[in-house]
Write a protein that binds this ligand. Structure first.
Ligand code: MF3
Ligand code: CO
Ligand code: CO
Length: 247
């Protein structure tokens, strides 16, 4: 069931999304080689709670932390651990915060120190995929145009589009209908409505699109061990365009 948000609900979404955006900025200023992914999680927990918000990921389906911290070949849902972040790594940090009953969700892939040209390009193209997806996006546009735009751009660079995980609606729950795949056929799917809030989150692999699910029940890695990048924003659909709530 799709929840179209009222103006009052959208105001609350703006607030939680602003906290998510600021938290990611705070992480971006503080993340560095030599720290563990657990220390990144501590930064996230500290910032979100200092805003009077709740880190929605903590305890979600049993997830043990406030942030998903995914290094290099880890696509998403990396569990913060004693893994040390190294110079040259790319690190995706994905966070969800709830305030006044509504959630915001976003992810960035950070470049740590001296990152290779080919990894930099992967991160750049992954961000571009998001912006291609919101080009012309507004009420009335078919849902799968989003995935079509992401897939077309990623595959034009020879990258693999993860299919096993998708974007989603968001609101009172972190994950609401509809699913928002990063692949698809133009002109298909439901037509978007003004007041829908969705997370568009390309997960792009340098090599194969295939992924493995870790025995810890969470960690998703590329099947070929090559790096992956992730970029996500919470987006409000409007009659005449979109508002990126986490940017
Ligand atoms: N933030 C993720 C998403 O983009 C989901 C986090 S899973 C959790 O959908 F277990 F960490 F909460
Ligand atoms: Co997320
Ligand atoms: Co999401």
């Amino acid at each position: 069931m799709i929840h179209v948000k009222s103006p009052a609900e959208i105001e609350r979404m703006r607030e939680s999304c602003r906290i998510v955006k600021e938290t990611l900025e705070f992480v971006g200023k503080n993340i560095h080689a030599g720290m563990t992914t657990k220390q990144v999680d501590e930064l996230v927990y500290r910032y979100i709670t200092s805003c009077g918000a709740i880190p929605s990921s903590l305890g979600y389906g049993g997830f043990p932390a406030s942030a998903c911290v995914s290094v290099n070949e880890v696509v998403v849902h990396g569990i913060p651990s004693d893994r040390v972040i190294l110079d040259g790594d790319i690190v995706s940090v994905d966070i969800t915060a709830e305030k006044n009953g509504f959630n915001g969700d976003a992810a960035r892939t950070f470049l740590i120190g001296n990152v290779s040209e080919e990894k930099r390009k992967l991160v750049k193209v992954t961000e571009e995929c998001f912006f291609k997806a919101i080009e012309g996006l507004q009420a009335g546009v078919p849902l799968y145009d989003i995935g079509y735009a992401v897939q077309t751009h990623a595959e034009s660079h020879g990258y693999g589009v993860v299919r096993a995980l998708v974007g989603h609606g968001i609101g009172r729950d972190m994950h609401e209908d509809p699913s928002v795949p990063n692949y698809g056929k133009k002109g298909t799917g439901m037509r978007l409505k003004a007041g829908m809030t969705i997370c568009i989150e390309p997960m792009i692999n340098m090599g194969t699109y295939k992924v493995n699910f870790g025995s810890d029940g969470w960690t998703v890695t590329t099947a070929d061990g090559k790096p992956a990048a992730h970029y996500e924003n919470t987006v409000l659909i409007k009659e005449d365009g979109v508002e990126i709530l986490t940017l």
